[in-house]
Design a protein around this ligand. Structure first.
Ligand SMILES: [Zn+2]
Length: 634
């Protein structure tokens, strides 16, 4: 952007500092410079406009504690304390992680991540739980338990484990394989130390006994964990639902949860993702029946858009396809990867010849073809969208095709799913929404199931986890209405420090440990750089306006008419009048503010210039582009 080497003070774009003048460089009225119009500190107007424009969205909650407050780290808990610290996942879906401490041993549950929204954090790839508390107490962290292989539970592993000493990860086979497979994409990160466990096993880790038990979820090898403390067990479910027939849990569920309930349980921490939905979840059998019916009866090709992480569903579709003598085509890398894992672990055995490549589709009658494709959420580069927009090498849709979107819309993806549907229908396909089987409510217990489990476990205290506040609060309300005393329910926030004293008394610390999310932004991982995010938001909303001017350092006059470059602001060619006035105003502002100045202070002039121009542009357009003056002194 700099046109040529500038002899003057380096033209630091103000935006890089979020519009804050550096404290060392205040206004310099005392030096005889004249402040035009007496408008106060240069930069004030533009800051004000930006503040006003920012207001509707407000500062994101994730921005964390105000600056200059030292981070809070509580003392090591006394012997009579069981401590729980949620680090992520109790105020959102995703970036699940919390720690439980007893006997001087800290155990960490899940290391997830969260996909981010373009509105709140443009350009950021993922948000991760904040691990500072664990870093500080690294010497007491004995193990990580991963409940299952979904990304909101394993996604943070490559980025975070080394930050707190890379402790061993206890998890079941499929999750371990998925973690190891994913780690291959991050060869520079230390290898995780995986310990494969099975449901029903008990391990002594540090000085604490830990028991693992299987739970029902939408991916095989999902487990819950029971940590024994001197005051009773801490039970963590991970994501789960209850297998049931007509709202009556099947005998295996009944036995499993009753057995847990016969012990002395201190604290129960459970999945809230679908707590806002009443009743019981749609039983998987019903989902299977619907699917079977579609696969059996469809005329022409069947294309099923799904998630690779809907493991059970994927395996089920393949089995049904085989049953009806159909061929399977896999489209999308993540589906292929997960299918390989499923085969390797014996979760799925395929008849020879079931899988065919996309090039072979033409060799079979259309009603013998089932295409499993990624992209049911409208992801731009996933297989489904590429086929729908005719960018796929081997597959094009015809009006004889039937497309099934086998997941509900994840909040935030509504617009991209809408685009996908429109694109699909432009191909005249038959489109089926397969509502009964959405990925989230499909895998997660609804209110009545949650109440059932809660009563079975019958712990002294209960903490709803895994979900936005509306979900954890609904979970809390459901169990309270079913008779659990309100005082026994812990509605926590990320970073809360929750102590249970002598197995009786609840004490929540006034201060929270650091919980602002870490972000993965391109190649860098670190704290959310608010200033960077704010600049990105501003650029996205109102664009930028760059002024390049050459100033004679002796006279303070402009050498020639200033250059103006703008992006994303207004179409300059159609705004010649405004542009001409802007040039005049730039000239006047520079010359006014340098009057009597000797030597000319370009930083001061720059501030005055951004201020005046921001005010002018706002008055003319009701937009507040980022104004970047580049002054070259000669
Ligand atoms: Zn899950």
């Amino acid at each position: 952007m700099s046109p040529s080497p500038a002899p003057a003070p380096a033209p630091a774009p103000r935006g890089d500092r979020g519009g804050q003048p550096s404290p060392a460089r205040g206004p310099r009225r005392a030096r005889g410079g004249r402040v035009s119009g007496g408008a106060g500190r240069p930069g004030r107007v533009s800051r004000q406009i930006r503040r006003t424009l920012r207001r509707p969205t407000g500062p994101s909650k994730s921005e964390g504690a105000p600056k200059n407050t030292p981070d809070y780290y509580p003392e090591k808990p006394a012997q009579n304390v069981v401590r729980v610290v949620p680090l992520g996942g109790v105020e959102e879906v995703g970036r699940n992680m919390f720690s439980v401490e007893t006997n001087g041993d800290i155990f960490v549950f899940d290391v997830g991540f969260q996909f981010t929204s373009e509105d709140t954090s443009p350009g950021v790839d993922y948000m991760l739980p904040n691990t500072k508390y664990l870093e500080k107490n690294q010497d007491r962290v004995r193990a990580v338990f991963i409940t299952h292989g979904h990304l909101d539970h394993i996604g943070g592993v490559p980025f975070l484990m080394h930050r707190f000493g890379n402790p061993p990860i206890y998890t079941m086979q499929l999750s371990a394989t998925m973690i190891a497979k994913r780690q291959e994409e991050y060869p520079d990160m230390p290898k995780p130390n995986l310990v494969v466990v099975e449901g029903g096993q008990t391990h002594t880790i540090g000085s604490t006994r830990v028991h693992f038990f299987p739970v029902t979820h939408s991916i095989p090898d999902s487990m819950g964990i029971k940590v024994e403390t001197p005051y009773g067990n801490v039970i963590v479910t991970g994501d789960l639902k209850v297998e049931h027939v007509d709202n009556i849990p099947v005998p295996e569920e009944e036995q499993k949860w009753s057995a847990i309930g016969r012990e002395k349980n201190l604290l129960f921490i459970a999945d809230s993702t679908s707590a806002e939905l009443e009743g019981f979840s749609v039983p998987e059998q019903k989902v299977r029946d619907t699917l079977e019916n579609i696969i059996k009866t469809v005329k022409g090709r069947l294309i099923i858009g799904t998630f690779a992480s809907q493991f059970d569903r994927m395996v089920n579709i393949i089995r049904l396809a085989e049953k009806y003598g159909k061929k399977i085509v896999m489209e999308g890398r993540s589906i292929k990867t997960n299918l390989e894992i499923a085969q390797k672990l014996g979760i799925l055995t395929l008849d020879k010849g079931t899988l065919i490549s996309a090039q072979e589709i033409g060799d079979y009658p259309p009603d013998k073809i089932v295409i499993l494709a990624t992209g049911a959420q409208g992801e731009e580069f996933a297989a489904l969208m590429r086929i729908a927009t005719k960018q796929h090498k081997n597959i094009t849709f015809t009006e004889r095709d039937t497309v099934v979107l086998s997941s509900s819309v994840i909040p935030g993806n509504e617009i991209s799913v809408q685009k996908l549907k429109d694109n699909l229908l432009h191909n005249h396909v038959t489109l089926l929404h397969y509502r009964s089987a959405d990925v989230h409510s499909g895998g997660h217990a609804r209110a009545a199931e949650l109440v059932w489990i809660n009563q079975k476990v019958n712990a002294k205290f209960f903490m709803p986890a895994y979900g936005y506040y509306s979900m954890t609060a609904s979970h809390a309300k459901a169990v309270e209405q079913a008779g659990r005393p309100r005082e026994s329910i812990i509605l926590s926030e990320n970073g809360s420090v929750i102590d249970i004293l002598d197995g009786e008394k609840l004490e929540i610390h006034k201060q929270k440990v650091p919980s602002a999310p870490l972000v993965v932004d391109g190649f860098s991982i670190g704290d959310m750089q608010e200033v960077v995010i704010r600049d990105r938001q501003m650029l996205a909303k109102d664009g930028m306006f760059v002024i390049i001017a050459t100033v004679n350092l002796k006279t303070g006059k402009l050498r020639k008419s200033p250059d103006i470059i703008s992006r994303g602001f207004v179409y300059l060619r159609e705004s010649q009048d405004m542009l001409n006035q802007a040039r005049l105003l730039i000239k006047k502002t520079v010359e006014d503010s340098t009057k009597g100045m000797n030597p000319v202070d370009l930083d001061y002039v720059k501030n005055a210039l951004s201020d005046t121009m921001a005010g002018y542009l706002f008055a003319r357009t009701n937009k507040a582009p980022m104004v970047i003056p580049v002054l070259i002194g000669v």
